[in-house]
Write a protein of this length. Structure first.
Lengths: 326, 296, 445
């Protein structure tokens, strides 16, 4: 039981704790406001350029809208058309899958190969690194134009192939060769991926290799059991980014299709270059079926999310994180 | 190189190397260099073809000669005369420059709040920022286009520049990662001295973050310089607002009778500034790219 | 918290619905400017003309200033239909728009992107039937709305190199597609390595823009749609006949060889350059529009040539003398700042006979009004007269226009390119697929 002498002291104690608590709360609120003030540009941007447009585009996807007149509610008609009646929807999906299933793995592979070559170079590494990285500096439009010329049926590459008595494909005029042609452009720009792989390869601890060599592992086995697991986080990162970018593939395809003749449809020749975003652009900004384009964009969003989740889930099985890599 | 490997290398250096192993190492080195040289040629060849064609007459462009005969240096002058190259360059510089400024101005405080301030909702906000990275732009372009039509901004570069004054997820992410590596003691010391958060940001953090800021600025400049889809969409119908990327693509389709030599010359002029910047800022680039990949 | 979130979401949805509205209300009937004094005004005209043709039309448009001294006309070229559509959607349309693609007229009428000109025509007391031949209305109006008017028109026919024909002992141009096939075979010359040196005829679709499934369809009288706007690609047997003939023409030389030859000539982009295959004597016979006469002259090509109507199906000799017609159209886009003045300029551009005949001479296009058709200079030009006759032929048509614009021809061209490459094993099935695609796209609108 507190004595009379202690009660005022206790009350004083309580008063000061309460005051301290109040001060702390005020301080916390002040901190909160300061933080929000610092975050304000992003908050405004997020609401105006992300939240609002996302809700808006979801709404548009259920309408028929061409900007000139009011949007007309059509319910699920756009989605129904997309999956059952759009003549080119599945073509676009197939082409986009080609990018993701063929071009992206090839790019990752080539990135690893070129990075590996660089790890073995002792002299002149900066020179080679610069040369390999330089093409990524080139704007996509310029790169596409350059390759349209280089891969012209009468252009330099075909002339070299002719001298070597190899078949001369018609490249961007022949629908069977347009996507491989685009892959060449993609491989040329491998520099950025390569740099990341290079750093990762150089980070693999030497003693792991030495230990493997001591156990009699051949170079190939060393690569399979030491290198690959060690660089698997970077592989995962590259594949993830490559996949997301693959879904959005547009610029090179657009430039190549229209370069031969402006009146060519997006996707020329024979819709071999009609990718998902190309089809979206064609319907939304050439045909002005904005509701349909919005529906396409939401389907794309859902698919990308699903694929990302699948990839992340699968990564638990094959991606090996060293301590500190996260 | 860790301590063990340095010791190992030193140990190996002390042992005499038998000639067969030396020969094998030499052969391997030659083989590696040959592959690297071959790859280098493959990477450089497109540049050479473009350069060579840019100096040819149009007749020669698709002919069997791959060496310009004669050298038509005037092609570069013709490019400037054939279309308003200067205006397009100005547009591109304006877009890239203002975009970079906007991104730096808006992302630095945001990254600061996400890394060096403690507040309720910080984790959730960071996740939201990251989520916008995952969002494909196609989902928002239709309504954004409509908004910009209503605002009357279509046909100008405003739709491209102004949103960047409100943050960019990639930049915020990079800067946050970097800010987190700056020791807390520095901020705490400044706080004890009575500095406000803004002062800490400007006087302590920003000077220390110069390499990251440089990398981020370079990335944004490069990205905006090369950007095609957004300028095509928002400024595509107004040639006065075209950036170089859009102009170059439009002119391949416009010229009746493709003038390959001029197109290659124009493409080279388009690439040149960025390549020059790259050579001067190589280290920043490579470090910046590594920052994204490995520590990501 | 959740309630607040839902409220916010609802607000956003409401805001989305509100700001999604279309631009501006449609103003009622048009008023036309009197020819009296008017404040100086600059009107912008957009078209897809370029190079030489651009100069011809710009010079012609200066005549508008002579007639209306207060009006200055700024002519911007290289603007295709999508550019114009985007400008209309963006709220910054040109005062007058010119299009080379009449296929889109139906869509312009349907969506209101180009204004209905009937009220303007009435106010200006223009009697459509007295000014223009009946044929032009098929590609400038849709469901009662006249949203475009023809500004000169086109006709397609056969161009043939008289030197090359003489060299191989041919005296007269072919009248049937079978004769064309025979002559093409005789006229094709090869290099020692087997590649094509001179092509007798270029049957590839997707190379030069005048050879499309649509232009070739007129040789066989094939019909796109029936009265209910249902595609008749499989029900009309003439399509099958045309495609079979076209593929035979391609296979007679070889698809691969033809593609390489096309690339050698400079690809599709060389069509309007001085390297054009016909103008450089590398193609002996070609289907092209009447404007090629002007290009041959403008490019100072040395080719000796003559023109004739395009050969037709041997089973339908009565078709000979007809062909595809239809061409440049002009209109007043929605949302122009000075609709009355825009109409005045458009009226000038589509009815003023001095203007029309001047640019008809410069562009070598077929004039579109009854008055301008009487022009002696064009009537007396032996290389131009065949095209005038094609235009006058009752059986010459454009193609039914639909709200999906040129999507049907795009789908058809993609199909034709697959077909000529040998990728379509069953022609009927392939045509049915295209038919379904067009029908489905018509539903989407």
């Amino acid at each position: 039981m507190a004595t009379t002498a202690e009660r005022p002291a206790a009350a004083l104690e309580q008063a000061s704790t309460a005051a301290r608590r109040r001060r702390r709360r005020r301080a916390a609120r002040h901190r909160q406001l300061v933080a929000l003030a610092f975050m304000s540009p992003w908050i405004i941007g997020f609401c105006a350029f992300y939240v609002y447009p996302m809700i808006s585009s979801l709404y548009f996807s259920f309408t028929k809208y061409d900007i000139l007149s009011q949007p007309k509610w059509v319910g699920l008609a756009n989605y129904r058309f997309m999956f059952t009646s759009d003549p080119l929807f599945w073509v676009a999906i197939r082409n986009t899958l080609w990018i993701i299933a063929i071009m992206v793995p090839l790019q990752v592979l080539f990135g690893i190969v070129t990075a590996t070559v660089l790890t073995r170079i002792k002299r002149g590494l900066p020179f080679y690194r610069t040369v390999f990285f330089l093409p990524t500096m080139v704007p996509l439009v310029a790169a596409a134009l350059g390759f349209i010329y280089i891969l012209n049926p009468a252009g330099p590459v075909n002339r070299v192939l002719g001298v070597l008595h190899l078949p001369e494909p018609l490249w961007f005029v022949d629908p069977r060769w347009t996507k491989p042609g685009l892959t060449l452009i993609g491989l040329w720009g491998i520099g950025q991926v390569m740099i990341i792989f290079l750093a990762s390869l150089l980070d693999v601890p030497r003693q792991l290799y030495e230990a493997a060599e001591l156990e009699g592992a051949r170079p190939w086995q060393q690569f399979r059991y030491v290198t690959l697991p060690m660089i698997s986080p970077v592989i995962f990162f590259s594949v993830l980014i490559g996949m997301i970018q693959g879904f959005q593939y547009f610029t090179q395809a657009f430039v190549v299709s229209k370069a031969g003749d402006r009146t060519n449809e997006v996707g020329y020749p024979q819709d071999s270059l009609l990718f998902y975003t190309s089809r979206l652009y064609q319907q939304g900004f050439e045909g002005f079926h904005m509701g349909y384009a919005a529906a396409m964009s939401w389907v794309m969003f859902v698919v990308i999310m699903a694929c990302t989740v699948v990839l992340i889930r699968s990564s638990r099985r094959w991606v090996h994180y060293q301590g500190g890599f996260r | 190189m860790s301590a063990t490997t340095a010791a190992g290398a030193a140990a190996r250096a002390r042992r005499p190397v038998p000639p067969e192993i030396r020969r094998r190492r030499l052969l391997l080195s030659v083989a590696n260099h040959s592959v690297a040289i071959a790859l280098s040629i493959a990477f450089l060849l497109p540049f050479l073809f473009i350069l060579a064609t840019s100096l040819m007459t149009n007749q020669q462009a698709l002919s069997p000669n791959i060496w310009p005969h004669p050298f038509v240096w005037s092609n570069y002058k013709t490019v400037f005369e054939s279309f308003p190259f200067v205006r397009y360059t100005l547009n591109t510089v304006t877009y890239a420059g203002l975009a970079t400024v906007g991104v730096l101005l808006s992302c630095v405080p945001v990254a600061y709040a996400l890394s060096r301030l403690q507040w309720r909702g910080r984790q959730a906000a960071f996740i939201l920022v990251l989520s916008t990275l995952m969002l494909p732009p196609q989902v928002t372009i239709v309504p954004l286009y409509v908004i910009f039509v209503r605002l009357g901004w279509i046909g100008s570069l405003k739709p491209l520049i102004i949103p960047l004054f409100f943050g960019d997820a990639f930049t915020i992410f990079l800067l946050r990662q970097f800010f987190m590596t700056i020791p807390q003691e520095l901020s705490d010391a400044a706080r004890v001295d009575g500095a406000s958060e803004l002062q800490i940001l400007l006087r302590v953090i920003v000077p220390l973050a110069k390499p990251a800021l440089a990398a981020v600025a370079l990335f944004q400049f490069l990205y905006s310089w090369n950007d095609f889809f957004s300028p095509l969409l928002y400024a595509g119908n107004n040639p006065d607002s075209w950036t170089l990327a859009v102009a170059l693509q439009q002119f391949t389709t416009l010229s009746r009778g493709v003038l390959w030599n001029l197109q290659m010359a124009a493409s080279l002029l388009f690439m040149l500034p960025v390549i020059v910047i790259f050579f001067f800022a190589q280290k920043v680039f490579v470090e910046g790219v590594t920052l994204t990949g490995v520590k990501g | 918290m959740r309630r607040r979130l839902i409220g916010l979401l609802a607000l956003a949805l409401l805001a989305a619905a509100c700001t999604a509205g279309g631009g501006g209300s449609d103003k009622p009937a048009a008023t036309v400017d009197p020819n009296a004094n008017h404040a100086p005004l600059t009107l912008t005209v957009w078209s897809d003309f370029s190079a030489r043709e651009l100069g011809v039309v710009t010079a012609g448009l200066k005549m508008a200033t002579q007639k209306y001294p207060w009006m200055t006309v700024k002519h911007v070229g290289s603007k295709n239909d999508q550019d114009i559509q985007r400008a209309v959607n963006g709220g910054t349309p040109p005062d007058v728009a010119i299009s080379f693609t009449p296929d889109n007229a139906a869509r312009y009428c349907d969506t209101g992107a180009w204004q209905d000109l009937n009220p303007y025509l009435q106010s200006s007391k223009v009697d459509k039937a007295k000014v223009w031949p009946e044929g032009v209305f098929s590609y400038t109006s849709f469901e009662g709305k006249q949203c475009a008017l023809p500004m000169l028109t086109d006709a397609y026919g056969l161009y043939y190199n008289t030197d090359l024909l003489k060299k191989h002992g041919i005296s007269a141009p072919p009248k049937t597609t079978a004769e064309l096939a025979d002559m093409a075979k005789k006229l094709t010359e090869y290099n020692p390595d087997g590649s094509i040196k001179v092509a007798g005829f270029m049957p590839l679709v997707g190379f030069y823009g005048s050879t499309t499934a649509n232009t070739l369809s007129h040789a066989y009288g094939a019909k796109w749609y029936d009265e209910n706007l249902k595609p008749t690609l499989t029900s009309d047997p003439n399509w099958t006949k045309m495609f079979t003939w076209q593929k035979a023409m391609v296979d007679a030389v070889g698809y691969d060889k033809l593609q390489r030859f096309a690339a050698k000539l400079g690809g599709a982009n060389s069509e309007f350059s001085a390297q054009n295959g016909f103008e450089t004597g590398k193609i002996a016979m070609m289907m092209d529009g009447e404007w090629r006469n002007a290009f041959i002259e403008g490019d100072k090509s040395k080719v000796n040539y003559a023109t004739a109507p395009f050969p037709v199906d041997p089973d339908q000799p009565g078709l000979y003398g007809s062909g595809q017609i239809g061409g440049t159209i002009g209109g007043v886009p929605k949302g122009v700042k000075h609709p009355a003045e825009s109409w005045l300029l458009l009226q000038f551009m589509t009815t003023d006979n001095t203007y029309l005949t001047t640019i008809a001479h410069g562009l070598k296009n077929v004039p579109s009004t009854f008055e301008s058709l009487k022009d002696q200079q064009l009537q007396n030009d032996p290389r131009f007269k065949p095209f005038l006759d094609v235009f006058a032929n009752q059986q010459s048509t454009f193609k039914p226009i639909t709200p999906i614009g040129q999507t049907d021809t795009d789908l058809m061209d993609t199909f034709t390119q697959k077909w000529q490459a040998g990728k379509v094993p069953d022609l009927q099935a392939g045509l049915k697929q295209v038919e379904d695609q067009i029908a489905k796209q018509l539903q989407l609108g």
